[in-house]
Design a protein around this ligand. Structure first.
Ligand code: IFM
Length: 487
């Protein structure tokens, strides 16, 4: 296999240290199983909902699938060697439920489990601490066939799966995350229909929210019963910074509604054991919330040790006007260029995502690092005792290899530098942020966008599987080595 690892270090990429991070700050990079592993039908793995979705005509850009992805399943050891070259302290990856428990519930597949055992051992051999996410959107199809996240039993099966992995790897993995971005699973997957399982059913999306949260709660309890007392348990949310387009009452109310459906619908049950009253009121015509059983909110409101924060871009929203309605029929938040389609804000159909000024990433997402500081300060002020971890942050740009064979991704270096600076601003202002994970280690399968969007700090040639460290990787390696931003 071919790899380009002799990247330039030091003088040409950095100046003097100007902004040190606290001692012990964790520097990492993140990936997810379906986005990088490939080997879709090897080692006893059964299809997940993303196999089904990506193999359905018209669901992903160019019909791309994760069948091969980065072929990480076969290249795991060399990928870990690249992580070690970068000096990563920690690697956040997700486990594939379909690989570990191919029947969704019941016996563990020793071959599937062995892949993650070998990955964990390889990481530890390179002094890289593993951080496991148990669910990054790839539900076994067999569980979807039984009702998926609309079926309460899926949450119980998740707890079993969590316990099985914790039993096998708990002695070597100190930090565990139940779910990654349940907002996407629930609303993009069940209301907007642009993620697996591709439903466009507003009522279903609220049921999915609750069962995902129940999975988090029951999963956390199962992890606590299995893991050593020192283990940390967390959830990762993609939290939004939502601004009103004007100070009109209607726009301010649109921002309230969008923020409720992005943030508080998850944060309130996790930290306070309640669903937000305004969100319940907004959704009254869609659902009566009867899927919430007695005791559920207490189960969800179980203590966690860390809150994982995934952050990319802010949003501006307006209340629907006749003119907006004529031009759009529900627009995704965070995507000012989006075409019409069902909204991922069910019950808040008057909320319209407004175009924002650039600069933009290749996703069309506005680049505004200060909004990350704003979010972290808000979390710190609202939940002062909860440590925070940036479990994803990064940017897609249309990278290409230059004549020298390298990838000079200055735009990504800028994005990372300013966002890492924004994290440091929040730490200096008192926020307890424990670490930062770049999204992503490798270019990979960007869901409905297929391979057309490159988020990696390591370039992947999807034809040959060659890995090339981008300039951003070299720059990030220096930040890690210095535990500081340089001038
Ligand atoms: O690629 C995704 C990841 O799987 C979840 N968070 C956002 C990333 C970029 O869209």
């Amino acid at each position: 296999m071919s790899m380009t690892t002799d990247f330039p270090r030091s003088a040409e990429l950095s100046g003097p240290i100007v902004r040190p991070f606290p001692t012990g700050f964790i520097w990492g990079a993140a990936t997810a199983s379906y986005q990088i592993e490939g080997a879709a039908s090897e080692g006893g793995r059964t299809p997940s909902i993303w196999d089904t979705f990506s193999h359905t005509a018209g669901m992903t850009r160019d019909g791309d699938t994760g069948d091969i992805a980065d072929d990480h399943y076969h290249r795991m050891a060399t990928d870990v060697a690249l992580m070690a070259d970068l000096g990563l302290h920690s690697y956040r990856f997700s486990t594939s439920w379909s690989r570990v428990v191919p029947t969704g519930s019941g016996p563990v597949n020793p071959v599937g489990l062995d892949f993650y055992k070998r990955l964990v051992d390889e990481l530890l051999a390179h002094q890289i601490t593993p951080l496991i996410t148990l669910y990054h959107w790839d539900l076994p199809q067999v569980l979807q066939d039984a009702g998926g996240w609309l079926h309460r039993d899926t949450a119980a099966r998740f707890a079993d799966y969590a316990a099985a992995l914790a039993g096998a790897l708990g002695d070597r993995v100190p930090t565990w995350t139940t779910l990654n971005e349940p907002w996407c699973s629930a609303f993009l997957g069940h209301a907007a229909g642009v993620h697996a399982p591709g439903l466009r059913d507003n009522a279903a999306s609220f049921t999915a929210v609750h069962h995902l949260l129940l999975a988090h709660g029951w999963g956390t309890t199962a992890l606590r019963q299995t893991l050593p007392a020192t283990a940390q348990v967390s959830i990762t949310l993609n939290l939004a910074v939502v601004r009103p387009n004007s100070d009109s009452d209607a726009d301010v109310d649109a921002a309230r509604a969008a923020e409720g459906l992005s943030n508080r619908i998850f944060l309130d049950p996790i930290f306070e054991g309640t669903y937000p009253q305004d969100v319940i009121a907004d959704s009254a015509a869609i659902t009566d919330w009867s899927f919430v059983h007695q005791g559920d909110l207490a189960a969800i409101n179980v203590a966690i040790d860390l809150l994982g924060v995934n952050y990319y871009t802010p949003a501006t929203v307006a209340a629907g006007t006749p003119e907006l309605r004529a031009g759009h029929n529900g627009v995704w938040v965070n995507d000012p260029n989006s075409v019409s389609g069902p909204t991922p804000f069910p019950g808040s159909d008057f909320v319209y995502s407004m175009p924002q000024d650039g600069p933009y990433t290749d996703m069309g997402w506005r680049i505004e690092p200060g909004s990350l500081t704003e979010l972290l300060m808000h979390l710190h002020e609202t939940y002062p005792t909860v440590p925070l971890m940036i479990t994803e942050n990064g940017a897609a740009f249309p990278d290409r290899r230059d004549d020298d064979g390298r990838v000079h991704d200055d735009d990504r270096v800028d994005y990372l530098r300013t966002h890492i600076g924004a994290v440091l601003d929040s730490i200096e202002a008192g926020a307890d942020v424990r670490g930062y994970f770049a999204w992503s280690l490798l270019d990979n399968f960007e869901w409905a966008w297929g391979y057309s969007k490159r988020f990696g700090i390591i370039y992947v040639d999807f034809q040959t599987q060659e890995r090339v460290l981008k300039d951003s990787a070299a720059w990030y390696g220096e930040v890690i080595a210095n535990n500081a931003l340089t001038d």
